[in-house]
Design a protein around this ligand. Structure first.
Ligand SMILES: C[S@@+](CC[C@H](N)C(=O)[O-])C[C@H]1O[C@@H](n2cnc3c(N)ncnc32)[C@H](O)[C@@H]1O
Length: 274
């Protein structure tokens, strides 16, 4: 047996062990990025093999927390892909306006930047008061950070540029207070957000939404897991509800391709058919 074959066995045992011991199911994550993350953990935990990493993770919950953090890939930004938010304003806001009450799900919200961007957009459009934003992620540590609404001050320059390109109507600096190295978002942006741990692989649908953003999450899943998550998202959308995906994701070639009308092909906005 060569080294690669042995590592395949070790990897599947590691993922099985993590699932059995902690309930996190990475068995159907996309192989290339999964292997990159595992290699990163091996280096950081100063072990030499995947089996060595498995032993440490199974015996030390703190090591599992670090593993989860590495697996999370929490790269995000406020008004990430500004043109997406511009498309939201132009094409989705008019649909939401017609609803008496708006439920939005941010699935895989990482540190909350996407959620607060939505809160700002809704506030500027006069819709925040009648909205409830459900922000979920598998990683509870990220959620705690998100809940606080405190970001690095030096990120605000880029976020301001994004906000302006995204069609922001006010002055971005009015949404936060600078304190030392931090930008603290205004409390009014946090009032209608519900934060909860939810795993797209193992947890079920929990409400019916008018808009779901699940951006830059499914790129880390293999095809069969993507298909299952698409089922979950579809089942969680109200009739005529809108799904927003990340720039490298699409509804094309999934089993739900014909269940949606394309609202904006370029910006990955799809509307569930009745
Ligand atoms: C790259 S971030 C995307 C953040 C944000 N949606 C964006 O586009 O900027 C991916 C997030 O998905 C979360 N994630 C990964 N697998 C998940 C799962 N099975 N269930 C829920 N969240 C998951 C990670 O913890 C991470 O916070």
């Amino acid at each position: 047996m060569n080294k690669n074959e042995l590592e395949e066995i070790e990897l599947s045992l590691l993922l099985e062990g993590v699932y059995q011991r902690y309930g996190y199911d990475f068995r159907e994550y996309a192989e290339a990025s999964l292997k990159r993350r595992v290699r990163q953990c091996i280096r950081e935990e100063q072990v030499t093999t995947i089996s060595g990493l498995q032993e440490k993770i199974l015996r030390e919950p703190a090591c599992m927390e670090r593993f989860l953090m590495t697996m999370s890939v929490d790269v995000t930004a406020m008004f990430r892909d500004p043109a997406f938010y511009l498309a939201l304003r132009k094409k989705v806001v008019p649909l939401l306006r017609a609803e008496p009450f708006i439920r939005i799900w941010h699935a895989g919200c990482a540190g909350g930047e996407e959620v607060y961007s939505m809160a700002i957009l809704l506030q500027e459009e006069g819709l925040y008061e009648k909205s409830r934003l459900y922000a979920t992620d598998m990683n509870g540590v990220l959620l705690e950070k998100a809940k606080a609404g405190i970001f690095k001050l030096n990120a605000m320059k880029d976020y301001t540029a994004n906000y302006m390109q995204a069609g922001g109507l006010c002055t971005f600096a009015d949404y936060y207070v600078a304190k030392y190295d931090n930008a603290i978002l205004g409390a009014e942006l946090r009032t209608n957000i519900v934060w909860a741990q939810h795993n797209l692989v193992t947890d079920a649908s929990f409400n019916e939404f008018h808009l779901i953003l699940c951006r830059n999450v499914m790129i880390y899943f293999n095809k069969s897991l993507q298909a299952r998550v698409h089922n979950l998202l579809y089942d969680s959308l109200a009739d005529s509800g809108v799904l927003g995906l990340g720039s490298k994701e699409s509804i094309k070639f999934t089993s739900h391709e014909t269940d949606y009308d394309v609202l904006d092909d370029r910006h990955k906005l799809y509307r569930r058919r009745k």
